[in-house]
Design a protein. Sequence first.
Length: 633
Amino acid sequence: MFFTVIIQVFAMQYAVAGSKPEYKIANISKELKKGASSVIRNSELIYEVTSKSSAVYSVKKVISILNKSALEDATLVQYYDKFSKVKKAKVVVYDEFGNEVKKLKYDDIKDFSAVDGGTVFSDARVKLIDPEYQTIPFTVEVVYEIVYSGIVGTPIWSYYPGYETSIEKSSLTVISSESNPIRYYQVNTKMEPTKTKEGDDLILKWEVSNLPAIKWECFSSTFYENTPTIFTAPSFLVVSGYIGNARSWDKLGEWISVLNEGRSELPEETVTELKSLLSDSLSEKETIKMLYEWMQDKTRYVSIQIGIGGWQPIDAKDVDKYSYGDCKALTNYMHAILKVADIKSYYTLVRAGSRTRNIIADFPSNQFNHAILCVPVDNDTIWLECTSQTNPFGYLGTFTDDRDVLVIGDDGGVLVRTPLYGEEENRLVTKAVVNFDSYGDGSANIKMCNTGIYYDDRLPVVSYPEKRQKEFIIDNIDIPSFELTDYSFHLTKNEIPVIEEDLDLRIKSYVSKIGTRLFFEINLINKYKYNFRRSKIRRNEIVIRRSRMETDTVIYQIPAGYKVEAIPEAIFLQADFGHYITDVLVEDDSITYVRNFKINKGNYNKEKYIDFKKFINNISSSDNQKVVLVSEN
């Protein structure tokens, strides 16, 4: 009892020096703690346009960390560059009882280059605000401001900063002028901001409070697509004296055209070299392919973020001279190369990423992070990814497929959809022959043909060093005991490219022997596994981003002296989400297993989640069925 009183007195004395009783963990309601790993106690974001070409973004964020899985929520990474400066940053850490235990001043905050060693030029940097405190639970208060010289990137505000985070109080205030009002677009919410006017200032404010945490759900859309989010954008873009109207895609395209103007001229010696490569015997498409591969051989990708490098490509002459550039520079360079052959092409902006959200077509604004090239040919369109030295001609892959992009035409910008790779393109075809003896030891030869999304998954592996390649292959084979004795990859660069894998395995104890019987799983190499989280309520619709098809054929040679006693029944599962069909054929000395698994792209009503889960679980169960052989003696 005496010891407890001493602790309480000490805590009271300590609290006088630097205490925030409102930050006590005990003050968080049960409703906000439920399902939460962290809690936003207070978040106040204020973006203010202070002149025609400058703005200030003030941030105050207080977050309580409830368990180890949320430790990253206590850190903050803030990028800045020539056009943005982080100022007045400070961090205070409070313990479970709201007592101050640590303070970081501006000079204590880590500052380093935002790029790795592979980037040649960049003035982009990072402020890493890390309290380096792990006595859970605790609370972190972060205060800083960013001063922008330019009006381009305005806040995107989600009530929720992430999954498993609840909110006591959060707000966004946007202050702009009548001459350049900030526009907004709301997703997954109908809450309108309060709107006031003070002199020439237009003030928008959104506020929320007491919001419980939400959980991540499998097979759902991206975070921004299924949580309440406010997107904002200026009416006019201003950077380095370039002013552009952002109220329409057409006008935004005009602004990009101005930035790119005069930057696609090549040196005369390069023009001469390119013209010497041209031939009347080549079709237009063959000419584009030849010039694209010439560009790939000559250049390499680096990030260029000097000056207004985040917006404007470096001059094609400089790319030609130094043989490197970022996505904008290399796309513009390829555009310049095609001009030599009198082939029209269009610089195109895209939001890249295999799991990124699509842009909001109804909200013209800068929503892009990458550039590619659009080349119309007859009744077709060729899309060129100009940053890769290995990308096949005309193939975009999952990085930029099936999404709206802004094509910068002669008269402005227009939204166009990139190609969709469907089940015909996204295929995995597996063929295997397996031999084993009565002890379950043997060998297997496996051939896999990967196209589309399967190609994209395998492509990085092709460039790995041998040791890492072997490790990857071994880690991705679900066989109890085996040795990889040989393997090879063969890449074919078609418009729908192919990676062929050839694997030789020595199998050990694949077959279980009980008495006179042998047992083994019918699906050797391509089992589908998915562990669904327990969830009583489904919040979001089911999202399958891409259609795909898997076809497997596995031939097992029956060991001498054995015959088939039992085989799995043929399976036929048909649903909106796809189909799953298997069959097992027995011949004199072999068993042939055939499996076809198709997944259909689509957005499906959340009410179908139980059916979807059943469909996937049935597939997983079928993939683990066994064959039984019995001795003939």
